[in-house]
Structure formats: structure tokens, C-alpha cells
Design a protein around this ligand. Sequence first.
Ligand code: ATP
Ligand code: MG
Length: 477
Amino acid sequence: MRSRVALVAAVAVAAGVVLSSGVVYVVVRHDLLSRVDGALERHAGLLEQRRAKHGLIEAIQAPRHVPAELPSAPVLAQVVTDRGRVVASEQAGLRLPVGPGVLRVAAGRARPYFADLTVTGTSVRMLVTGFGPHLALEVIRPVTDLDAELERLAAVLIVTSAAGVILALLLGAGVAGLALRPVRRLTEAAEAVASTRDLAQEIPVEGRGELARLAASINTMLEALDSSQRAQRQLVADASHELRTPLTSLRTNVEVLAEEHALDAESRQQLLADLAAQFDVLSALLADLVELARQDDPGAVLAPAQVVALDEVVGEALRRSQLHHPEVRFVSVATSATPVMVVGVAADLERAIVNLLDNAAKWSPEGGTVEVSVSAGAPDPGRDAHEAQGRSTTHDAVVIVRDQGPGIGPEDRPHVFDRFYRARSTSQVPGSGLGLAIVRRIVEAHGGSVQVEGESGEGTSMVVKLPCAGGEHASPA
Ligand code: ATP
Ligand code: MG
């Protein structure tokens, strides 16, 4: 890139320099030539005056003293008839060429003209003009001095142009290097991240240009990658920690079974039942982990979203939960007369509701009642203003699960939706703390929200809000 910039600069400068050099050369040459032409015209005018005064022979005083060669500066003239005979010359012995153009001028059939030619090996400028009836005057002036001057000018122009091009090449390379320094720094920083695999590194952001924006967005990307990587590590660490406890107790029970031969049938039965229950806990935990991992994977194939009747989903969840928890009574209250429709994946929504019902049952007192309601409420004013605007005509579907348990204390409320979080007061109830994390993930993927309501000590109300179908569909991501 750097050499390309330098090359472009050099080519641009070269083009400019060549163009201006050419113009300078042409202008200077024209100027010098017109000066010579002026001298020729003045000399012709002088001779014309003399001819008018003294006659032809007086006008052209010949012979003058004759050097063998043309003198370098002076102007010389010769008079020719329209037949081509030289009748007078300012320098005897020097014959200027007489071409058909000269004859035509002598005959009065052509206008005066200038010409460039070589006489005895010297380049000269010649003026041919009429000189009375049937006569033409040829006036010449050597232009060797002029040629030498032009040559020198050309040499100077070529040298300065070359110097200019070289300078442009160097400057271009320098400027490009300077301009590309931030890019190089970006590249180095990116390479450093690639080689150390340390996503916490930050690329320095300088200034406010495009490159600064690029650096900032790379930083944002690194941050996102870093946090997702950390979340993954956290999940793996938490999961292995959580798996250790049930595995240890399973192992202990199996060892007891293997070693204690003197176990009576009843304790043996009890031990086996414990084992089965622990296996259940373990498989539930594994299923939850797999579910969370599936939700984490952005590339996972997701079930297609459809318009789903939420009351049916909740009804099915109730049926399943009642089977699982016969010790509590699940009742459906205040369910709206018309079906409440949402867009989403029925199986996922059911899993979320079952998790809420499962919690409610676990923390309900013996023989308690769990109330569930489904309704199409007003839009949630607490939700993102922009989002709410988009659905101003649409209502939210609201599912409320209310139990008569101990409730969730204010200190636990902000955390119960975190993975593996379990309130300390409830640690004797089995569970791994993944249920509400899964609920939140599912609900948010459907564009909804879930929160804890109700005073602590008066039971728990879990409120799920989902956008109703009919307005803009929020498809689960
Ligand atoms: P899992 O659902 O993974 O079997 P869990 O039920 O303990 O385990 P979550 O469903 O995520 O985990 O709930 C987190 C914590 O929130 C619970 O441990 C409990 O302390 C508290 N909690 C949840 N629901 C209720 C409820 N209905 N009443 C009282 N506390 C609750
Ligand atoms: Mg739970």
C-alpha cells in the first residue's frame, strides 16, 4: 500500500512536471523565435528604405569583407529576381538557396513568409519578402545561439523534472508511511491478540477518524468475544461443580450397597430408592445444562416460531406438573374467555411454564394451592419505550403463577434468574438453580419479560409477559 501511494504521487508529479516543462519550453522557444523574426523584419524594412532612397545597388552594398563562414549573429540579405537570378548580396560569395517559394514572392504571387533552413551547415531563420517589381529579398539570421539556449533550457527542465519525480517518490513514501502508521498499529494489535489469544487486550483508539472507529469496533468485538468466552468457561466450571455433589452421593450410596452385606431388605430398598432419586436429579441437571448450552449456541437449529394458543400451552404444563406434584393443588384462575395467541415455540414456552410451576410446587406448603392465570393485559409500560411504541396497539399476554410458599426475599430477587443461584434459605429443597435461568432465556427469546412480584412472606408471584400475536411478531432468536 505504501509503495502504491508513493508511486501514485510520483506519477502525478511526473505528469504535472512534464506538462509544465513542455509549456515552458514552447513558450520560451516562441519568444526567442519572434525576437529573431523581429530582427529580420527590421533589417528588411531598413533595406527597403535605402532602396527607395538610393536604389537597389546602393541599398545592398556588396561586397563587404567576406569571412568564409556565416558570422554567428549578423543579419544578411540577398536580392533575387523572379527568374531565380541573384542580383545583389550583402555578402559576396554566399549564395542563399532560392526555392520556388522565393520566386513566387518575387513574382508578387505569394505573401512574405518565414522559413527555417540550413546554409553551409548552419541553421538559420529566413524571411522572404517582396523588394520592388519582380524582385524578392531573402534575409537570414543564424540561430545557433538560440538553439544552444533552447538545448540548455531543455537540459535544465529534464534534470529538475527528474529531481521532482524522485522527490515526490520519497515524499509519497514518507507521507504514506505516516498515514498508514495507525493501520500498522491496528494490525500489530490484532496480531498480538491472535498470537496471545488474550481477548481482554484493548487496541488503542487514536483520534476520531475511520481508523479510530475501526479500532473501537474491534474493541467492541473483542469485548463481546471475551464476555462470551468467560460465560462459557463459567458455565463449564459451574456445571462441573454442580455435577460433583450428586455424583459423590451416588458413589457413596453405591459403595454402601456393595460393602454392607448385612443390610436388611428394608434399608436396602430405601438405599435403592435413594439411588433412583439421585439419578433423577442428575438427569434433570444434565437436561437443564444441555438446554442452556443449546440456548447459548447462536448457530443451533431452532424450532420454527408459530402462532401458539398460550392457554393451551399453560393447560398442558399444568397437567404435567400436577402429575409430578400430586401433593399440591394446581388451579387455573381468571383465564380470559378468548384464546390468547402469541408467536413462538410451543415446546419452549411449555418448558418455561413447567419450570415456574415446578418451583411453585417445591416451595408450597404441604397441600398448598398454586394459582395460574393467563390473560391479555395492557402493554408493559416498563418495557423498552421503542419496543412499546412498535406495538402500541398490541396487548401483552400475561401468565401469573402464584404460590403460598415463603416467597423470595428482596436480597434474592435480583439474582434468582442467574444460573446456579439458589436462595440460602431454601437450600434444603433439591434443585440446581438453573430453572429460572432457562425461563428467562426462553421468555426473552420470545421478546417478553419475567419478574418476581408480591411481598415476601406472602407467597411468590412470577409474572411472565409476552407480546401477543397480531402486531409485530417477535420471533424467538
Ligand atoms: P432447578 O429449577 O434447577 O431444579 P431451583 O428451583 O433451585 O433449581 P431456580 O428455579 O432457578 O432453581 O430458582 C432459583 C431460586 O429462586 C431457588 O433456589 C429459590 O431459592 C428461589 N425460588 C424460585 N422460585 C421460588 C418460589 N416459588 N418460592 C420461593 N423461592 C423461589
Ligand atoms: Mg426451579
